[in-house]
Design a protein. Sequence first.
Length: 458
Amino acid sequence: MKQVLALMVFLGISVNVYADVFAVFRDETGNTNWQYVANTSASLLILTLLVVLFFLVRAHLRATRSNQALTDIKSTLEERVERRTVVLQETAEQLRKREAYITSIVNSMPVMLIGINEDLQVTQWNKTAEQVTGRPFEDVAGRNLWAAYPAITLTDEQVRSVLTTGVTIHLKHTQPGQYSYELTLYRLREHDDTGIVILISDITKQVNAENKVAERDKISALGELASAMAYDISLPINTIFHHVSDSRQKIEATELGPLQEYLLREVEIVRQSAQQATTIAQNLLDLARSHRNAEQLCDIPAIMERSIEVAAELFTDADGLAFKDVEIRRNYSAELPQISCFPDELTQVFTRLLRNAFYALKAKEWGPDNKPRISIEISQFIDSLWIKVGHKGQCLSAEAQVDIFEPFFATTASATTCPVEHRLSYPYFIITEHHQGHMSVTSNEQLGTCFNIQLSLV
């Protein structure tokens, strides 16, 4: 196109040079030589077509090179897109596997995992939480924590404290003899939909195992102390028996008149007291050995009878009521099944109940028509054995009925509603912890006092 323009400019300039631009096409006579005109026109047309062809070929070559470049760019982009797509697919697959792995870990955890956001709404809820609460995640998602799990032992202040301070807290919730849970609250470092994670672990077995070890150590120490006390008590008792025997022989060999009978009676009282002390020492030894015995099948009435015999030897008052003077009314059901238990421990329990009943009867005045009596009932109800020990001696106050099964702590000098010598915390411990049973007491003036023990047969 540049050349065409140049030609036109040249022709325009030549107009000013020649007076007649077509003079070259005339002959000497001035007539137009049309052959020259045709040849010139054809030459110009050919030249123009050549120029146009040149530019078309050039444009074609440029278009070809551009198309090739575009094709190369397209191939490169397609290859890059394909590689990026493969990478994204691999990344997505890895993320999916990791998410599935994390979800599997969360759902396989043996603890409850609950996630909540800053509005205290549930955002995470694993399979263990579903099993414990009986509610699927779809049912609790987006709900308030306490609406989703009303039984959780957390307060709003505790949760918001973790949200505010970011300090992890550990809590324990225990119902003695039933369950123990450990709760851990911590805040996530990154701010997302889950602000706080709550882990609730069932540590009942662990706590029970730790308690058993601690109980074994305490009972072993108690047994060691009881054995030492029994040994120390037996030494002066043997000396007393020796001197009582010698004194009795000397008194019987000497004529002292009416004084002789009085002295023999006093010596007999000392002998009985020494015999009672010997029984107490033996009971201490039995207590020391009781924790070493294995659990075995036993008849509860037989254990009760053994306890009555021990009580008759232990609880004797030379100046007042003796246990052997108390009427024992038995009501044992026929064909009672044997029960798996620690017989020496149950002997201690029944003996302590009989002791409590004896001193309650001793604290009350009795007439000739109203003799002290202890009622013992052993029966079976469904899958449990029931042992009831009742009397109509001195009643327990409402406060004493609460305190009688609690350990005694001498924290004050003031008198307590239930003195330490009348408490039954150790028998209660043996029944509830060692035998997984239940123990209670009722007491009033009309019906008297009754201790109730339930032992499971299964």
